[in-house]
Write a protein that binds this ligand. Sequence first.
Ligand SMILES: Cc1cc2nc3c(=O)[nH]c(=O)nc-3n(C[C@H](O)[C@H](O)[C@H](O)COP(=O)(O)OP(=O)(O)OC[C@H]3O[C@@H](n4cnc5c(N)ncnc54)[C@H](O)[C@@H]3O)c2cc1C
Length: 458
Amino acid sequence: MSTPRRAGAGRIVVVGASLAGLRAAEALRDEGFGGDLTLIGDEPHEPYDRPPLSKAVLSGRLTTDRITLPRVRNIDARWLLGTAATRLDIPGRQVVLADGRRVDFDRLLIATGTRARPWPDAAGGGLAGVHTLRGRDDADRLRTALATGPRRVLVIGGGFTGGEVASGCRELGLEVTVVQRGAAPLASALGGVIGGVATGWHRAAGVDLRLHTTVRALEGDAHGRLRRARLSDGTAVDAEVAVVATGAPANTEWLAGSGLAADHRGVVCDGGCRALGADGAAVEDVFVAGDIARWPHPLFPGQLLRLDHWDNAVAQARTAAYNMTHASPDHRVHRALPAFWSNQFGVNLKSVGLPHLADQVAVTQGALDESRFVAAYGLRGRLVAAVAVDSPRVLDGYAALIEARAPFPPVLNAPDGPPQLRPVDAEFARLAGDEPGGLRGHDTHTPAAATPAPVAHP
Ligand SMILES: Cc1cc2nc3c(=O)[nH]c(=O)nc-3n(C[C@H](O)[C@H](O)[C@H](O)COP(=O)(O)OP(=O)(O)OC[C@H]3O[C@@H](n4cnc5c(N)ncnc54)[C@H](O)[C@@H]3O)c2cc1C
C-alpha cells in the first residue's frame, strides 16, 4: 500500500484549464486531495474537447457550444478563467496573473498545452481570411468565414490538422488547395509509404494538392482581405480563406525566468511528471502534463517525447495527480503507449507507438490499395508502431507487441495478412545528420522526439 503524502491538505494550483488540467483536477480529488484547488485558464470557456474542431465542428455537424468536456466528478475548485498566468515564482510559490493577482500554491501542475503557429509574416497573417485552428473561438471564426462561400480555401500544411481541414471543406463543397512542403501529406508523421496513400485520399476527394511546395507570401486586396498566395514553384493560388496548419509551439512564455527547463518545444519533466530545472534536477512540487510536457518514455529511451495526443494528455494528467498526492518512493512512471486517431476523407486512421521513429514499414493486414489495412513500423529490427486504416480494433494486439518490444517484422499469422511480409524503407525525410527518431518539425497531434537537452528560459 502506498502512503498518501499531504493528500488531504494544502493548495494545489493547475495552470491550463483544458483536457489535462481538468482530468488532473478530477484525479487529485479521487486520490483524496481535500485542500484548496484552483484552475487558471486564459480562455473564457469551460474545458472543451479540441478534436471535433477540425472535424465535426468544421463541417457543421456540431456547434462549439456542444463540445464541453464531460465532468467525471465534482472537483470543488476555484476557477480563474479568462486570465492568463504571466509568471511563475518557484521560490515564492506563486503564480502571477495578467491582471496582477498572485495565486499561492504548495503544489503546481503546468498544463498550458500548445498553440497554433501563426503565419510568420505579420502583414500576410493579419489579412482578413487568414486563420489558424486551435481553440473554439478559432473554429467559430473559421466556420463563419467558410459560411460566406469562399471560391477557394488554401490549407497551408499537409499534416493531420491540414488534412482534416481540407476534408471538412470538401464536405462543405468548397474548392481546396493544400500546399505541402514534403513529398506527401502526413509524411512527417507516418512516412512516405502511408503518405502516398494519403495523397490518394486528397486527390480522390478533389483536393488540389501541391507537393514539394511552400507558400512564399500571402497577398491581400485594398481592403486588407486575403486574395492570393504566391508559391515556391512560381505559381499563385487565388483564395479568400487560408488555414495555416504548420505546427504547434508550446505555451511556455509565462515560465520565462522560472528556472525550469522550458522552451518552445515544451517543459522537460521526468518519467513521474516532475518538472526539471535547467540543471536537470527535479523541482520539488512542480509537475507537468499534457501537450506541453517533454519526458523520457521508458519504451523509447534516449530521447524526450512531446505528444500532442488526446489520450496522452488524459493519462499523463492522472499520473501527475497521483504523484502530486503520494510520496516520491511511491511515484508512478508515465508509461502509457502513445496512441492517436484522425478522421479525414471518410477514413478512420489510428496509430499506436511512435511511427516517426521507424526506419522500415511493412503492410501486415490488408493491402495499401484496399480501403482497410494495417502497417507495422520497425526500428533496427524492433516493432515501434502500427497504423490502422479503417480497422482500429486490431491495434490492441499490436500495442501489446510494441510494449513487449517484439521484433520487426512481427510474427502475426493474421488471416488477412500477405503470405510474406515485405518491409520497405519507411521514407521519413531526414534532415542532414538526423538519426531515425531525431527532432524534426511536427504538426499538431504528431509526436516530436529529441535527445535530452534541457534548455532554461533566460
Ligand atoms: C484542431 C485539433 C484537432 C485535434 N485532433 C486530435 C485527434 O484527432 N486525436 C488526438 O489524439 N488529438 C487531437 N488533438 C490534440 C488534443 O486536442 C490535445 O492533445 C489536447 O487538447 C491536449 O490537452 P492539454 O490540456 O494538454 O492542452 P490544451 O488542450 O492545449 O490546453 C491548454 C490550455 O492552457 C491554456 N493556456 C495557455 N497558456 C496559458 C497561460 N499562460 N495561462 C493560463 N492558461 C493558459 C490554453 O489556452 C488552453 O486552454 C487535436 C487538437 C486540435 C487543436
